[in-house]
Design a protein around this ligand. Sequence first.
Ligand SMILES: [Zn+2]
Length: 282
Amino acid sequence: MQREPYSEREVAEGIWLVAGFHGGGIGVNAVVLSSKDHTVIVDTLMVPREARRFARRFQRRATEPLALVNTHWHTDHTAGNSLYNCPIWGQKSGARFLKSYWPRWMGGPRDKRAQGLRMKLPDRTFARRASIDLDGEELQLIRLPGHTTDSIGVWLPDRRILVAGDAVMELPFLYFGGNSQDAIRSLRQIRRLRPRMILQGHGPPSSYERLEADIRYLVKIRLAARRAQAGGETRGKFVETPLDEFLPPSRIRALSEPWRRPHYLHWLNLHRVWAEAFKTRR
Ligand SMILES: [Zn+2]
């Protein structure tokens, strides 16, 4: 039996941060943006039982949400798409990845992992930006590639709140379809917006001041990969470079336990920037 740590918390008026199970001690978030009469959902949670519980919350009131937004194609954010009949928004480069990874990560509808959920692609796709009108409040969908090529955020300009998906994580994470240069650019863009609150795809709300260290982390691991390759170092040795060479101790201490412990995400990030650096050398 999988644990269900499902929780809902109102973080600003009409804005609910919903957390579900992910694994490895890390949760995954979905966000509900609501006016008096309507709701827009951002991401679906991952575990089928929780995704259903979350979706039922609206169907009980016999109101389909106005829209569902996929912040990116990763199935811990899109597993529940087939539970919704409303328009689904997403950046257009994501469909190709979801199609290729869904069978591997979720399986067919009878698979234990999918438990009846089916792959459903966004039907409202866009290249650069789009917006949704939530009863007078503008929700801007903005491109924030880096974690994946199709990563987007939902920006509420009136309230300066950013639903960032995985464009902002406790530690930037690039391994599954990401790119470090794009991630740096997107984090700089977010910093320029100066959000009052950032809702991350995993973990608690964050402030934009923290992003400076994240940007520096990415700049440093990119540089280290290029130097290591120029110096003839092996990949095996490079990926063992500890996190504290790239992130200040205060920032490492601020990471919650599962992010800090095995430095697994950092290790995967080093694999990614090594591959990027290798490509540019040839
Ligand atoms: Zn992700």
